[in-house]
Write a new protein. Structure first.
Length: 191
């Protein structure tokens, strides 16, 4: 926490996510505000739609929403010990998904979650990873229409709105970059 309070550090992955999101045709520049995590206010997460990039390790605001999520991040002092806990594993899913920085492939994970804001009056998109490569893989998946469309179709209500969902993504890390990602598990919630 002291590290976050003392710095204005933004990774290239986070910057790239902000640029890509702000350039979407549906994005309105007069409604888009980019802030450091420590400059965010509770009111921003109560009454507005928001996007949080980064896990609770780098963006403590994510912790407010973890209780509603199935895929929960657990950080340890060493990157290889960090993992994502799968609260309710479905058939052929693992109870945990852990970084593997020792293998040549450097396996890592990311999560995309759409949930309600704190007042349930809007939506919150969380894009996070165990590493920068995991976050990059999650961001890349958000922009991958081929990967996202089937999930969005299943999550879409009759009125066109989206139900909350989560996507667990696996990728490899090469120099903190993600060459390609694959969807490991999804959850689509009724409310």
């Amino acid at each position: 926490m002291a590290d976050l309070e003392a710095q204005r550090y933004t990774s290239v992955t986070d910057l790239n996510a902000a640029l890509r999101l702000s350039s979407l045709p549906d994005g309105r520049s007069d409604h888009t505000i980019v802030r450091y995590a420590r400059e965010l206010h509770m009111q921003d997460l109560k009454d507005s739609n928001a996007i949080l990039v980064g896990s609770s390790y780098s963006n403590p605001w994510v912790e407010l929403f973890e209780k509603n999520l199935n895929f929960r991040f657990n950080y340890k002092a060493t990157p290889n010990a960090s993992f994502i806990r799968n609260i309710d594993p479905h058939a052929e899913e693992l109870p945990t998904y852990q970084n593997d920085a020792t293998a040549p492939s450097h396996q890592t994970y990311g999560v995309i979650a759409l949930t309600h804001n704190l007042n349930s009056a809007g939506s919150l998109l969380i894009v996070e990873g165990l590493t920068m490569a995991g976050t990059q893989a999650a961001v890349d998946t958000v922009f991958d229409a081929h990967a996202m469309q089937p999930i969005l179709d299943k999550a879409r209500n009759a009125d066109g709105s989206l139900r909350p969902f989560e996507i667990l993504i696996e990728t490899r890390s090469f120099g903190s970059n993600s060459p390609q990602a694959s969807i490991v598990a999804t959850r689509i919630y009724s409310k």
